[in-house]
Write a protein that binds this ligand. Structure first.
Ligand code: ADP
Ligand code: MG
Length: 320
């Protein structure tokens, strides 16, 4: 007999929710934020064919569906606590559901999130998560907080996910050493949740790189009414053996990396070095925020301060 909606929810999604007053099963979930905390709320929609390739491994997809939302919480310096999952499925295929739920719950476990509710309906494959986190009142890292003179930093190695996607689409050869890493970054990104929280007392502004480094840094520049100057020589080393132009394009404009880009005053360099060591995650100081016109722009510069033209910025729905 076909699996009904409520059996499906009970079997694959309803799990213990120790952090909630009330989990799945009623008209609403109930949660109680800790005293003195602001709630951080975010939602992300993943549509087959737009955000992931048809036939994507369901376990990876389950992980990524939650991970991209936790990345938004990380970018605000928030601690993830709860999530809601709205699922639109063409069919109740048990093998697919078991794998998808396995990936989702694995990510939830890893980052301490309770799945407290959602909605399940039939239709074209669409996945929507709402994630809720907590951040000490007034201390969230906003895009608008950058100050003139701040260093610009990025974590990890942005660009690998875009290289993985181009490779899977048949557009790029990758050496075996990079192939697995790039595909893993694309399909099972690791939200920088610990980094985001560690940055709260040190950074002035942060964003997660989901649409491309230059595009997302542009959001900080515009929100903070400053210019961002990125120094080409200070960017992370490009993966060895990968076509340089493709790797540089992926680093500057590729989406789906979920690394953090943030700004911090130069007096925090030492503390940030300690965090990088502590988290075993490279942090690259790639430029600075300046009060120069045109405000809101992101300029790419050589070591002598000469502007290097660049074309593509990042991904924008309805434009690309
Ligand atoms: P309602 O009709 O009141 O909106 P639903 O019948 O859609 O409630 O859902 C029943 C319960 O199951 C609700 O508590 C809802 O939050 C939960 N739920 C539905 N889909 C999911 C899901 N995919 N994951 C977790 N909980 C779910
Ligand atoms: Mg409902």
């Amino acid at each position: 007999m076909a699996l009904g909606e409520f059996d499906l929810i009970a079997r694959y999604f309803a799990r213990a929710t120790p952090q909630a007053v009330l989990g799945p099963g009623d008209d609403c979930a109930l949660v109680q934020p800790a005293a003195g905390m602001d709630l951080a709320l975010t939602t992300d929609l993943l549509v087959e064919g737009t955000h992931f390739l048809p036939g994507t491994d369901p376990h990876d997809l389950g992980w990524k569906t939650l991970a991209v939302n936790l990345s938004d919480l990380a970018a605000m310096g928030a601690r993830p606590r709860w999530a809601l999952l709205a699922l639109c499925l063409p069919a109740a295929e048990e093998a697919w559901l078991a794998a998808f739920a396995g990936g989702f719950h694995a990510c939830a476990r890893e980052f301490g999130v309770d799945l407290i509710g959602g909605d399940t309906t039939r239709g074209p494959l669409n996945l929507c998560v709402t994630a809720i986190g907590e951040v000490p009142a007034g201390q969230a890292l906003r895009r608008s907080g950058a100050k003139a003179g701040d260093d610009i930093w990025i974590s990890g190695q942005p660009g690998l996910a875009a290289l993985g996607l181009t490779h899977l689409q048949g557009g790029l050869e990758l050496p075996p050493r990079w192939q697995a890493r790039c595909i893993e970054r694309l399909q099972a990104p690791r939200p920088r949740v610990r980094l985001g929280q560690a940055l709260r007392p040190l950074a002035h502004a942060a964003i997660d790189i989901s649409d491309g480094l230059l595009a997302d840094l542009g959001h900080i520049a515009r929100a903070s009414k400053l210019q961002a100057q990125v120094i080409l020589d200070q960017l992370p080393l490009l993966p060895e053996g990968v076509d340089r132009a493709a790797a540089m394009d992926a680093l500057l404009s590729g989406g789906d990396d979920y690394e953090l880009c943030f700004t911090a005053p130069s007096r925090q360099r030492l503390a940030l070095g300690c965090i990088a060591a502590d988290l075993d995650l490279p942090l690259w100081r790639i430029g600075r925020m300046v009060a120069a016109k045109p405000l809101g722009d992101v300029l790419l510069m050589d070591a002598d301060g000469r502007v290097i033209p660049h074309e593509r910025q990042g991904y924008e729905h309805f434009v690309n």
